[in-house]
Design a protein around this ligand. Structure first.
Ligand code: AVJ
Length: 315
């Protein structure tokens, strides 16, 4: 893990323009900051998808075409705190559906918390947590031959560029069988006035989240980034529908990273690209699933049409 981190940081900082991978936001501190982000008034994404799971739960069940008397596996990629999924579990439980819920996450800690929470709230729901890489777990589940419903929510796919997202969905499709479903939750393209504040909140939580990457490099790779000499900068191109986060150097400076045995120079105003948060519409989704056997069956949106859960079926 630390070796990969080291190599990817070196690769990113040796590139022009400089980059750092967003997946490294999520250490213990980053996890906590992300929970704060999800509760920010500006971060509409969480509330929008919750609106769907809370107020359109029956529509969702109908769209996924679940049958009360046919067993299925409900598999969630990156389960987190399960806030949205609990709304679905609640109704499935009340309507006596027969299923196992498989939350998959890289974080053993968050899976344990979710398991405890679900055991007390929904004692009847069978929860089989799986810790690890999405594709390893999916490959292991493939052997069961049982009908599957995969949940990939929260616009988590948006951190991938379209080419990577295509590959990801293609791999996912290969682990599914005829009739299996994928519920893909994505943030929709909308005006700058709504999107930008979600990545530039008033309290500066997103700034801390972004700059925490430098903290991690300081702690884990013996770097000496002075966080006060860098700032968070989000950008959003409404036409292409892509939000990007950068870390900008406030002055000419150099930073030593001992574990990389290297000193990096930053000029005043130089940007490190740290994240993309892609926004979607039907044609972008169609392009992303174009080399798979998945087709769009339904699209369910929140009341403001900010967010969509696409229900895809494997043919
Ligand atoms: C978890 C990838 C959906 O891109 O909106 C939140 C992460 N980054 N604020 C997103 C994030 C900055 C988030 N996703």
């Amino acid at each position: 893990m630390i070796e990969t981190f080291k190599n990817e940081v070196a690769e990113g900082l040796n590139s022009t323009p400089k980059t750092l991978p967003s997946k490294y936001f999520y250490d213990k501190k980053g996890d906590a900051l992300f929970v704060e982000i999800m509760n920010l008034p500006e971060y509409y994404l969480t509330r929008s998808e919750l609106d769907i799971f809370k107020n359109k739960t029956q529509q969702l069940i109908n769209a996924i075409d679940l049958k009360p008397n046919t067993y299925f596996e409900l598999i969630e990629l990156g389960a987190g705190d399960g806030l949205k999924t609990k709304k679905l579990l609640d109704l499935l439980d009340k309507q006596n559906f027969v299923f196992d819920y498989f939350p998959i996450d890289i974080s053993a800690n968050s899976l344990n918390l979710l398991e405890e929470d679900l055991a007390s709230t929904y004692p009847n729901v069978s929860v089989k947590k799986k810790q690890g890489d999405y594709f390893e777990v999916l490959a292991s589940l493939k052997n069961s031959n049982k009908p599957k419903v995969i949940l990939f929510l929260g616009s988590n796919i948006g951190n991938m560029n379209d080419q990577l997202a295509k590959q990801f969905i293609h791999n996912l499709g290969k682990n599914l069988q005829h009739g299996d479903k994928l519920v893909l939750g994505v943030d929709l393209i909308k005006p700058k006035e709504i999107v930008l504040p979600a990545y530039n909140d008033n309290k500066g939580i997103t700034a801390k989240f972004n700059l925490n990457l430098l903290n991690r490099i300081n702690n884990e790779l013996k770097g000496n980034f002075d966080l006060k000499q860098f700032k968070h900068q989000p950008e959003y191109n409404e036409k292409e529908g892509i939000a990007k986060s950068f870390i900008v150097s406030k002055k000419n400076q150099h930073v030593e990273i001992k574990a990389l045995k290297k000193t990096y120079n930053f000029t005043k105003g130089e940007k490190i690209h740290t994240e993309i948060s892609r926004k979607y519409n039907d044609s972008i989704i169609k392009n992303i699933i174009s080399n798979t056997q998945l087709t769009i069956e339904h699209k369910i949106m929140d009341s403001k049409a900010y967010f969509a859960d696409y229900i895809l079926t494997r043919s």
